[in-house]
Design a binder for this molecule. Structure first.
Ligand SMILES: Cc1cc2nc3c(=O)[nH]c(=O)nc-3n(C[C@H](O)[C@H](O)[C@H](O)COP(=O)(O)OP(=O)(O)OC[C@H]3O[C@@H](n4cnc5c(N)ncnc54)[C@H](O)[C@@H]3O)c2cc1C
Length: 419
């Protein structure tokens, strides 16, 4: 990659039209680049990833779509966690401090994705409704659109585009084509996901995360329905039936916790099943290509960080491409990998039980002087990490690490670990 190739990038093909792709298209088209998105219409009846974190709100504002999103979404004032009968936490975003939004939304994803795609069109990006094909140029690190894909664009780019950005999500078109290595997380869980008519909701609009007999579950209230997902070990899930629908419906009735919060729920959509959702590409930038969103990497969904990471990545990539230097592109790659690693660590603290053991200890000792002095400060920084506002702040993340190491007193974190 030379400085010249990036600085002169005039034409850009973005593969995919999910939130990361559309965000990037809006920013580059606004900056005067000639941008086209390749949109493979979605076959699935549902799209997973419906709960946003507050740090997305300023991005929606910059993209000019917040009013539209608000109109069809559910306001999300916070998050509620039930780890056991005794360990129960509710977090209200209104207590967040610093420069961040104090609310978020739960969004029907088909509408959210349409909103962003339409905003990209309004910003001047072209959209081709086809499945994009790419190929490697000889044995180099360069890629190009396949002849068929290029032909479908007419002469939009006036030849091959200068840059190709892979935003195909878990399809990971370029990493697969180029053999880019990736690292996977330790957990090999499966997620079962559908919409139901209703469940117990303790706090209106909150995403509810509940520890199950095995695994954990989310309940995301949406207008007129609830998104209910379960994340559990693959082998354990198999015990509940031969099909994903059987597994989902049986788990609802047979898991002792789900029975309590959603035993009477009626499923109103087919069930979607996801496997393998902790994966990070070792490279995000090449000679004339870059990866953004889930293609660059994704982590476990427990803290609803996926869309934030993907859209934040699109902002960083747009910035790097507009600066146009190899250093800026390398910086983008480092930032993405570092941010994913940080969230990976945060998610690990949920699974190994340390996070909520620390909160439990804080509550147990809340009348002591030490906790009275330190807890507000700690809470402030942890809240800002989970809202996304400070998940790249070395100080806040350092404080979290300190708390996870020294803040458990004599409690055994395994008691709150996800089984
Ligand atoms: C079980 C689970 C629960 C989750 N829950 C949440 C949550 O609550 N909150 C949250 O923020 N995130 C959540 N996520 C993560 C979130 O879904 C993703 O991070 C997010 O959708 C990634 O956006 P993206 O734009 O990178 O990719 P995607 O949204 O996957 O978009 C990629 C697009 O590219 C298209 N495409 C693929 N191949 C081609 C091709 N060859 N040509 C053209 N188009 C192509 C696809 O059809 C798709 O439309 C969850 C993920 C999982 C697995």
């Amino acid at each position: 990659m030379t400085a010249k190739t990036v600085v002169n990038a005039r034409t850009i093909a973005i593969l995919g039209a999910g939130p990361a792709a559309s965000t990037l298209a809006i920013l580059l088209a606004r900056a005067g680049k000639r941008v086209a998105l390749f949109h493979k219409p979605k076959a699935a009846p549902l799209i997973v990833g419906e709960s946003l974190v507050p740090a997305i709100i300023p991005m929606l504002q910059q993209l000019g779509v917040e009013d539209e999103v608000r109109a069809y979404s559910m306001l999300k004032p916070g998050a509620t966690f039930n780890l056991s009968d005794e360990v129960h936490f509710t977090f209200f975003f209104k207590t967040l401090t610093g420069r961040t939004a104090r609310y978020a939304y739960n969004v029907p994803r088909d509408r959210f994705d349409d909103t962003l795609l339409n905003a990209a069109k309004r910003a001047g990006a072209a959209v081709f409704e086809i499945t994009a094909g790419v190929e490697r140029v000889g044995t180099s690190d360069r890629v190009q659109l396949s002849a068929e894909t290029l032909a479908a664009t007419g002469d939009f780019f006036g030849g091959q585009p200068d840059w190709i950005i892979d935003a195909t999500g878990r399809v990971r078109l370029l990493p697969n084509l180029l053999g880019i290595s990736s690292s996977e997380g330790r957990r090999k869980d499966v997620a079962l996901f559908a919409h139901v008519d209703k469940t117990v909701i303790e706090h209106e609009g909150h995403v509810h995360t509940t520890r199950l007999d095995h695994g954990w579950s989310w309940r995301i209230p949406l207008p007129g329905r609830v998104s209910l997902g379960m994340v559990l070990g693959h082998e354990h899930a198999q015990r509940f039936g031969a099909t994903k629908e059987e597994r989902y419906d049986n788990l609802l009735q047979q898991d002792s916790v789900l029975r309590t919060v959603a035993g009477g729920a009626k499923r109103i959509t087919p069930v979607m099943e996801y496997t393998n959702y902790q994966l990070v590409s070792s490279r995000s930038v090449g000679e004339n290509w870059a990866l953004v969103g889930d293609t660059a990497g994704f982590i476990d969904p427990v803290f609803s960080s996926g869309l934030f990471l993907g859209m934040n990545g699109a902002f960083l990539l747009a910035d790097a491409m507009l600066k146009g230097t190899p250093d800026a592109m390398k910086h983008y790659e480092r930032e993405v990998i570092h941010h994913l690693a940080t969230w990976h660590e945060i998610v690990d603290y949920f699974y190994n039980g340390r996070l909520f053991t620390c909160f439990k200890v804080g509550q147990m000792l809340r009348d002591t002087l030490l906790v009275k002095l330190t807890f507000p400060h700690m809470n402030k920084h942890l809240g800002r990490i989970f809202s996304g506002a400070a998940s790249t702040s070395p100080y806040s993340v350092g404080l979290l690490r300190f708390a996870m190491k020294y803040g458990l007193k004599d409690e055994n974190p395994a008691q709150l670990a996800i089984r």
